[in-house]
Write a protein of this length. Sequence first.
Length: 500
Amino acid sequence: MREGRLLSFSGLSLERFVVSLAASALVAVLSGTALVGLRLPPALAVALVTGAAVPGALWLARRLPSRLDGVLGRHPVLAVGWLLLAVASIGTTARLATFMVDQTRSAASVLPFDEFFVHHSCISAPFQAALLERAGVQNVYERTHYEGPRGEPHFLDGFVIDAFFYPPPALLLAKGALALSEDFGMWRAVWFAAEGAIVFLALLGLACWIGNRNGLAAGLLVPVVWLSVPTLVTLQIGNFHLVAVAGAILSMLAFERGRNALGGLVLAVVTLTKVFPGILILYLLFRRQWRSAGWTIASAAGLMLLALAVLGPAPFHAFVSYQLPRLSSGEALETVFVYEVAIAANQSVYGVVQKLGLLGVPGMSGRTAATVTWLYGLVLVGLVARAAFLDVGGARRALVWLALLQLASLRSPFVPDVYAQFALLWMLALLLAVVGRRGRIAIALVGGLVLANLIVPNQKVMPLTLLLVLTLLQQLGFMALCAGQILRRPEGRTTPAWSG
């Protein structure tokens, strides 16, 4: 009776309050990591985020769908399972956060037994590039600024420095961050929190936009995506790929709500940083969403001019004359491709040719890989045209966006599985939200989620030939899944049997 009065007084169901409290707790962990990274005393950081978590949970609970009410009574097993996943998400993130604020606590990393991931940080590349640019180096893309002539690692605070591959506008963000702090440890902690927040916002935002039962199911499956190995490891190493995918989806949601200026700015930023989200600009043009496309192009042009004014012409000249040709041919990754395990992990179209070559198929040279990649680009244009004219909405449209982003990302010569699987995991979760407990289809999707969590280890676990065959089949199967979302005929919307 007392509990009933409490819930009646607050106007909230137990289910809505628990879900909102879990979301607030995850945000609190990310916020606390950023505050500690900014050198606030841990006790003060914990006090601040804890003080904000409960009011935040109450605010969110009042905005959650009423369909959550009574779920515990209708589906107790699923409700308890979800609660366990939510607690695991919070606990795992908190554990990882300790490594992000203190690099000596490597046991708290996602894969502490893998020395490569423990000592790898992708944000070391923009950090080093910003230092080089500030020092007046003309070609910040020269490989030997980041590693030795033969690929010998250079270190930054115990982390192997990554080579810088991003377009020049990415240096704007890095240069701005460098002006605020030259503490690489601070960079790691703050970027972990920022990237995690953007990804979490996108996962929830897309579920809210889908709405109805499918959206509710997609929202409840967020912990499945969050707890995946690719998501957590990529948050740990800080690769921009997660932000590129999440930001691109957020931009499309902004366009759907008529916020063209905001959507255009976000899409321009992620496109000028990671390139592949630009496929959505082509999608907008094919759909004749002139305002959305116009704002994106105008924002991109403005950012390019700003980068040119701040950085000068040297990075642009180096990128066009030096880096782009080397990326197209694969030469920019010559010290990576000497490792067969890296080729096995490569999910790109370029990697398909590489794997076939290692398996003994004749003619599978670097030149062939570059040619196939360019032909794949033409196929992508056709898929965009097909996607643009699909009359679908809700979850189906979201799946098309994610499929386009995933397929576009595979045009890069090197897309390691550790972050290549993120968009796939998101797609599989959305598909599972739509089909619910539909027997063999649901089982197949769960199997796909397990498969998408498998990444190539940096230790030898099986003969190379078997590893190459398995990873080749994996990536071709996932590419077919993405293409299928675009090529299959529109059909009536379905709702999961268990979501209400």
